[in-house]
Design a protein around this ligand. Structure first.
Ligand code: ADP
Ligand code: MG
Length: 616
């Protein structure tokens, strides 16, 4: 057989390497910022256009490069940061693979201007798809400026793969935050499409956090400091009451490098145990200093995952340090979240002996059997019977009342009428409903009964209402007499901006006062002013978590988030009118049996089954 193996040409090899290093504009931002840090810059300016798709430019006042280095830096495995394999065990720089510029040069138009200290003239190099287009002497300031234009110009598939500007911008901001947080002593600024988004002078870590995330952050921070033989821990956790549902505000840095570590995250989370609600996440900005010999940074091309020699001890130390801080700052006493006395055991139950609940399984149950033939005992399992089951209970029921004469013949004890808002349009109670455990509403029908989860039922109602408002763009809003001013970080603000129109249709009207402040002038009907901030914060965190995966479905997402925030909760007692209204509106929904999050809303008990139980 003839020889078939060939060495790949450089530009192909570089493109392949680029696949690992450069996924999106944010990857370029990370690499360039880190190079500037390694070059000892004291001020770094990041300029991007169209979320970095058109331009990523990084300008620094670092050591610059010689004429030869300015050319050589685009070669693969060209680095000034390590000389031998041993150096890998004592990394003090961000880069060391010598891959970033070669990769970026292979998939973009790059212009490099650089000058070292004391030299009269600097160099300008122009690269296009791994080829040097020109290199000449030029008059430039000390330091380095690199412009990366038209990312993926020669790989359309990768370019098409990029998300919307909003999403890409968010990734860029994330990278910017990570580098800026790791190096508070370096001054940074960031510009997007001609406007300055961040500007942070050289400062300490606390000031840097506040500079990037807004002054509100200051009061949320609890310092964590612990010096041990294995690791020095320094930084802050957020007070438990500021924990959020998303993965916001979670930063670990090891030797000034941002890292991700589910294992260490778990250590922090476990220190917060009992202090934060289920499903909420602690926020933290924690820096660890360890001996470079005790870690391996080389396991991931973008170097965000690293391996520790002694992960177990690190876990224990971090957990202890965070616990200690929470205790010291007096945020650890028993916290009782939203406890509602109505959720406590009713006191006539208190002295009753505890009995073991009995569970009965119907072994003959066949979900594919027809409803009418199916005879089970006791409460029917919701999932197995789904929709037919409740519809069969409403055999004679007319959901849309046609007129008084007709509604009078409805075969159950009451008459179904539609009403819009709790308490409106009602003069008398007509459905027999009962609320139990301030959680469920029971309603009896001619042929059986329903046990309805009040929170899920209301979620469904609100969800369909908002969805309708958003798709038909018909908004109903309650004007505020005094507008409420709220402040957000720029990142939160940019998220909010992406759903501004949807929010307006849902009734939440605001105008921007500055690039981080908004003035809310209208809220959805029935929303108390005191809840506006929480609702918006929840929205932002829901949208932040959803968006990276999908560019569509914001209507759905916004409706879901609002319905979740605004639905009546477990523990809220409902008047007879409210219970009736809830039932009416639920069954006017398109999908009354499932909550927007696909949870069953009610279970049914058919009269026949109840009677059968008594005959046993
Ligand atoms: P690495 O950072 O892993 O060494 P890069 O491809 O990112 O690899 O950079 C290659 C080399 O180019 C660096 O080792 C450094 O010597 C030089 N370099 C890159 N960016 C700068 C900069 N902003 N200022 C000075 N030198 C730089
Ligand atoms: Mg580098």
């Amino acid at each position: 057989m003839a020889d078939i193996i060939e060495l790949l040409p450089d530009h192909v090899a570089n493109q392949i390497a680029a696949g690992e290093v450069v996924q999106r504009p944010a990857s370029v931002v990370k690499e360039l910022l880190e190079n500037s840090i390694d070059a000892g810059a004291t001020y770094i300016k990041l300029v991007i256009k169209d979320a970095g798709k058109t331009l990523v430019q990084v300008i620094d006042d670092g050591m610059g490069m010689s004429v030869t280095d300015a050319r050589l830096c685009f070669e693969r495995h060209a680095t000034s940061k390590i000389r031998s394999a041993e150096d890998l065990f004592g990394i003090h720089t961000k880069g060391f693979r010598g891959e970033a510029l070669a990769s970026i040069g292979a998939i973009a138009h790059v212009e490099l201007q650089t000058k070292t200290d004391g030299k009269e003239l600097g160099t300008t190099v122009i690269m296009e798809g791994s080829e040097v287009k020109s290199q000449e002497a030029s008059v430039v300031p000390k330091g380095t400026a690199i412009s990366v234009k038209h990312l993926f110009f020669n790989i359309p598939a990768r370019r098409n793969f990029l998300k919307s500007d909003t999403v890409e911008l968010r990734h860029v901001i994330d990278e910017f935050h990570r580098v800026a947080l790791a190096h508070p002593n370096v001054a940074f600024s960031m510009w997007h499409n001609g406007t300055e988004m961040f500007s942070t002078p050289s400062s300490n870590f606390r000031q840097r956090i506040v500079n990037l995330f807004g002054f509100k952050m200051n009061e949320k921070l609890v310092p964590v400091n612990e010096a041990t033989e294995l690791v020095d821990i320094d930084g802050f956790v957020l007070k438990p009451e500021f924990s959020k549902k998303g993965k916001n505000d979670q930063y670990f840095f090891v030797n000034d490098r941002f890292i991700k570590s589910p294992y260490l995250h778990h250590a922090v989370k476990s220190a917060f145990e009992g202090l934060i609600k289920d499903g909420y996440q602690p926020g933290y900005f924690l820096k660890f200093k360890v001996d470079p010999k005790s870690i391996d940074i080389n396991i991931h091309p973008t170097k965000t995952e690293i391996k520790f020699d002694d992960e177990h001890s690190l876990y224990a130390l971090i957990r202890a340090a965070v616990k200690h801080s929470l205790g010291q700052y007096n945020v650890a006493p028993v916290l009782d979240f939203d406890r509602d006395s109505q959720l406590d055991t009713p006191y006539n139950y208190k002295d009753k002996p505890v009995t073991w609940p009995t569970v009965e399984v119907d072994r003959n149950f066949n979900p594919f059997q027809e409803e009418t033939k199916y005879r089970s005992s006791g409460i029917t399992n919701f999932r197995s019977k789904q929709k037919e089951s409740w519809e069969s209970l409403y055999v004679d029921l007319e959901l849309e009342p046609k007129g008084d004469a007709e509604s009078a013949v409805i075969g159950i004890e009451q008459d179904f009428k539609h009403s819009k808002i709790f308490g409106e349009d009602h003069t008398e109670v007509q459905i027999k409903t009962y609320q139990i455990f301030t959680k469920y509403v029971i309603t009896a029908l001619k042929s059986g009964m329903l046990i309805i989860d009040q929170n899920r039922a209301h979620q469904r109602i609100l969800y369909e209402e908002y969805l309708k408002q958003l798709t038909t763009k018909a908004s109903v809003s309650q004007q505020l007499l005094f507008p409420i001013t709220l402040e957000f970080t720029r990142k939160e603000f940019s998220v909010l901006d992406t759903i501004k129109e949807d929010l307006a249709h849902a009734g939440l009207l605001y105008s921007s006062v500055s690039d981080s402040k908004i003035e809310v002038t209208g809220v959805p009907i029935g929303v108390p002013e005191s809840e506006v901030l929480t609702i918006i914060e929840d929205l932002i965190s829901d949208v932040t978590q959803e968006i990276p995966d999908t560019n569509f479905g914001t209507h759905d997402m916004v409706s879901k988030s609002l319905s979740k925030s605004l639905a009546i909760k477990t523990g809220q007692s409902l008047s007879a009118l409210e219970q009736e209204d809830l039932v009416n509106r639920l069954f006017a929904c398109k999908e009354p049996s499932l909550s927007p999050f696909n949870k069953p809303i009610f279970i049914t008990m058919a009269l026949g089954d109840i009677e059968k139980q008594f005959k046993l």
